[in-house]
Design a protein around this ligand. Structure first.
Ligand SMILES: Nc1nc2c(ncn2[C@@H]2O[C@H](COP(=O)(O)OP(=O)(O)OP(=O)(O)O)[C@@H](O)[C@H]2O)c(=O)[nH]1
Ligand SMILES: [Mg+2]
Length: 436
């Protein structure tokens, strides 16, 4: 194992920066760059340190601390150099550390070593990433709750329940002469159904987890002149996109960001739809359609005189009537708004947040999935427990039921990050910053 180094604090100008070093040579490297004997430093005690290059010339001065493995974040010997901030100064300190034998770390490599040392689970690493990249206080609180064990406790409880069911099933398989009493069969079925439901609830929690960490993309669509751009401006409370009585004002789609109730929202204002559009406008309409197709939600704006689209409740579509102040009556069941008077705008924001699965702060303190990887594992667990439950109900051989229950338990283990492949880890740690 080689020794890695990176700046653990954000790049740029700052009072203090922390250069982190981890690996078997960390203490020797600390000795070299401080012209001292780091092996004599007490564990986890800051010491004054002058940073020098190989020729003994002063680079910077600050503080240093050694955290000996295995009682460290990575489980290896770790040294932190607290030096002056600033990209050039940090670069010079890192240069001295590398000259003394360290290699620059890859993004997330410290956390990856912590994972390999069994210090954190994959799910915890994912929660750490969500903490450092939280776009709002609400997203941060959610991520901190998972890091503090909200998800781990739930998963541990369900894994224990799954193990108990499996033990029951296996006992029946090993001693078939004892048979399975109908009452036992029913109790096992109830427990498998409960596990299926618990895994399903975890799977669904990702709607909120994703909306809070990644945000939601809302495409604003409708006929030309429906008032889409005016509505976007009203929603964000600022004049961000062009509004005019000229049909076909918006051509390229425009993305406008906002945070409502802690939910990062990207509004995509698109070119209005009309048949008689010239070539450039046509292209703009197509680009808007393509963007809208990948949005989490489409806001269909219906102005006075616009046809009410037939697809009344297309999933992922919210219908809004505009220009309420003109005295027309909006179609039934459609939220009515006015960009001019502001009527219905707050309700529309709330409806968008609710559509994203975050109507109230029900997620607070509970187990919430933060990544697609976790969601897929929860879905696999739900499917497997469901298959086991169905198998039991249909009098399938207990071996078959046990195979499904076992794969449900394995999916719960995978949710926390046991037995996940290298590609999964590569993809995860690529999203980390260097120094984490
Ligand atoms: N009275 C009233 N007029 C509005 C309202 N919203 C928009 N308008 C007017 O309707 C016209 C079209 O508004 P836009 O927001 O540009 O409409 P759009 O749907 O973005 O139009 P395109 O970009 O051309 O597709 C403008 O003259 C606006 O001033 C409203 O709530 N009340
Ligand atoms: Mg427009």
């Amino acid at each position: 194992m080689d020794t890695i180094a990176a700046c653990a604090t954000a790049a740029g100008t700052g009072g203090v920066a922390i250069v982190r070093v981890s690996g078997p040579d960390a203490i020797a490297i600390a000795s070299a760059v401080t012209a001292g004997d780091a092996s004599a430093w007490a564990d986890r005690r800051l010491v004054r340190a002058r940073i020098v290059d190989r020729g003994g010339r002063r680079v910077d001065d600050g503080l240093a601390v050694v955290m000996r493995g295995p009682r460290s974040f990575t489980g290896e010997d770790v040294v932190e150099l607290h030096v002056h901030g600033g990209a050039v100064n940090v670069g010079a300190v890192l240069g001295a550390v590398v000259a003394a034998g360290a290699r620059l770390a890859e993004p997330g490599e410290f956390t990856r070593r912590a994972l390999e040392a069994g210090k954190v689970t994959v799910a915890e690493a994912e929660a750490m990433l969500a903490v450092v990249s939280a776009p709002s206080a609400r997203a941060w609180a959610l991520a901190q709750a998972q890091l503090a064990g909200a998800l781990a406790r739930t998963v541990a409880a369900e894994r224990a329940a799954a193990a108990a069911v499996l033990a029951e099933l296996e006992a029946r398989i090993d001693f078939p002469e004892e048979g399975v009493e109908p009452a036992d069969r029913e109790a096992l079925g109830v427990e498998l159904a409960r596990l299926e439901g618990a895994a399903g609830a975890l799977e669904r929690s990702f709607v909120a987890g994703r909306a809070l960490t990644d945000g939601v993309v809302v495409a604003v669509v409708g006929a030309v002149n429906a008032g889409k751009s005016a509505l976007v401006n009203a929603l964000v409370g600022a004049e961000r996109v062009l509004v005019s009585e000229e049909p076909g004002t918006t051509r390229d789609y425009v993305e406008v960001r906002a945070v409502w109730d802690g939910v990062p929202v990207t509004l995509v204002d698109t070119a209005g739809e009309r048949d008689a559009a010239a070539e450039v406008e046509r292209r703009g309409i197509d680009l808007g359609r393509e963007r809208a197709a990948t949005a989490d939600l489409r806001l269909r704006v219906i102005g006075p005189g616009d046809e009410l689209p037939l697809a009344a409740t297309a999933t992922g579509e919210l219908r809004v009537a505009s220009k309420l102040d003109l005295g027309w009556s909006a179609p039934a069941g459609v939220l009515a708004t006015s960009a001019v008077t502001g009527a219905g705008i707050a309700e529309l924001r709330a409806a968008i947040v609710a559509e994203a699965g975050l109507a109230d702060d029900a997620e607070a303190g509970s187990a919430v999935l933060l990544t697609e990887r976790q969601r897929a594992a929860a879905a696999a667990a739900r499917g497997a427990f469901g298959a086991a439950r169905a198998g039991l109900a249909e009098d399938a051989p207990l071996e078959v039921v046990a195979i499904e229950a076992r794969s449900g338990a394995a999916a719960l283990a995978a949710l926390e990050g046991e037995q996940v492949g290298e590609e999964v880890l590569d993809a995860l740690f690529r999203r980390f910053c260097i120094g984490k």
